[in-house]
Write a protein that binds this ligand. Structure first.
Ligand code: CTP
Length: 407
């Protein structure tokens, strides 16, 4: 029944989505979900059940999606009079969020007594369902049986989440937050090019403490490294992220450990490589902006101001990437070079000096803190410039290149 859409790697993996909203208090979260989907460049067609309209108005969803919202089977504005076919035509998927217990039961039985259930029955694209209900309703054997049946029918179940519920109870059943749903939808459609691979990534800035309140750091936001960690997990890899200082939320499906100084990051990387028994089949991507130097002395107390000048003596840190690349049975190592001048020349020199199969060259001005990046991949075959793109897209293209090199 389902057709397999070929995805365009490096671009959005989902470009057109039908979002079905059913009746439940979590319908309010669908507004944020539409906003995020649209922001991600996805064309969203909202279809609501009449019960959903009791919780949130079609006007809200229309304003956020920028398109008319459909509720009724008999809507005369649908050109061919067959909304159950027309609305999901060319859609990459139908996502029902929130999906009430009642709607889930309907799907199990293949009922088609309103527009959304008819659309689901007549679809030729994947169906993803985000349950949202009270804890007792979720735990009820009838619901559990229904969920099992939907899974057996090839329908993907996203969530539910655990936590405080609208009814005041705490437990499993509430709908996943919009951001988590967007991440899962993307993950669902990303080709699993790195299935079976283990990937270790460093990201963010390091902090070299001078005294308890002052540190030497840099402007790295961690966005590029986190995007690579998320994309690698979406591509099926088992991912460990060693994160330096950043304000970002940990990516989903990634084992994230924190190490803020260059020395602690070195130890975290080396111990993960040893514990996970990394070999030539595995991948290390060093995105962190690691401090090259640290203060010789870390003052225990705050340094007090005086009128004389202050000299802080610095000593070099070990180069994590170089040392990993020099290990016997070293994993496939990818470096990053953020330069302010002579980009390709300096980056290629780093690739060779650190004995890396691949380095990602970017200008510091393009990379630091920005949501987008413009990079050139350098390997033994030369330079492969990529177009400026949001960091999650750059991450997918980079990992696609890595997967090709590993083949
Ligand atoms: N790197 C590292 N450990 C360090 C310094 C850098 O693992 N102590 C890694 C970075 O994560 C990056 C690559 O090495 O992948 C290049 O880092 P960069 O700071 O651009 O280069 P450096 O080797 O430090 O040289 P320079 O600062 O002189 O440009």
């Amino acid at each position: 029944m389902q057709k397999n859409k070929s995805s365009v790697l490096g671009k959005l993996v989902v470009s057109k989505l039908v979002l079905g909203i059913t009746g439940g208090i979590a319908a309010y979260k669908a507004a944020e979900l539409v906003r995020l989907l649209v922001k991600a460049g996805i064309d969203v067609q909202v279809v609501m059940t009449s019960a959903a309209c009791q919780f949130i108005t079609p006007v809200t969803m229309q304003a956020l999606s920028g398109k008319p919202v459909f509720i009724d089977m008999w809507d005369s504005s649908i050109s061919n009079g067959m909304p159950h076919i027309e609305l999901s035509r060319n859609a990459d998927a139908i996502l029902v969020a929130p999906a009430s217990a009642d709607f889930i039961a309907k799907l199990v039985h293949g009922r088609a007594d309103d527009l959304l259930s008819t659309l689901c029955l007549a679809r030729d694209c994947p169906l993803l369902v985000a349950p949202a209900m009270n804890k007792q309703m979720w735990e009820n054997p009838a619901t559990q049986r229904n969920i099992k049946q939907l899974k057996a029918d090839g329908i993907s179940i996203l969530g539910p989440d655990s936590g405080e519920q609208a009814c005041g109870e705490v437990g499993l059943g509430r709908m996943l937050e919009a951001e988590a749903l967007l991440a899962l939808v993307n993950a669902h459609f990303t080709p699993k090019l790195l299935a079976g691979k283990r990937v270790l990534i460093t990201a963010g800035a390091t902090l070299e403490m001078i005294d308890p309140v002052r540190a030497i750091t840099n402007l790295s936001s961690g966005k590029m490294g986190y995007a690579i960690a998320q994309a690698a997990a979406d591509m099926g890899a088992e991912v460990t992220l060693v994160s330096g200082a950043t304000t970002l939320n940990a990516p989903s499906q990634v084992n994230t450990v924190y190490a803020t100084s260059a020395q602690s990051m070195y130890q975290a990387v080396m111990s993960n490589i040893a514990t996970l028994k990394f070999g030539t089949e595995d991948i290390f991507i060093s995105v962190a902006a690691v401090a090259d130097y640290r203060p010789v002395e870390q003052h225990k107390e705050k340094i007090k101001k005086s009128s004389s000048s202050l000299t802080i003596e610095l000593t070099p840190n070990k180069d994590i990437l170089s040392d990993v690349a020099s290990l016997p049975n070293a994993p496939f190592c990818v470096g990053f070079a953020a330069e302010t001048e002579n980009l390709l020349e300096y980056a290629e020199a780093k690739r060779q000096a650190k004995k890396l199969p691949l380095i990602v060259a970017n200008l510091a001005i393009d990379a630091l803190g920005s949501d987008e990046n413009q990079v050139t991949l350098l390997d033994k075959n030369g330079a492969h410039p990529l177009e400026r793109a949001p960091k999650p897209e750059v991450a997918i293209l980079l990992l696609q290149h890595v997967a090709n090199m590993l083949q």
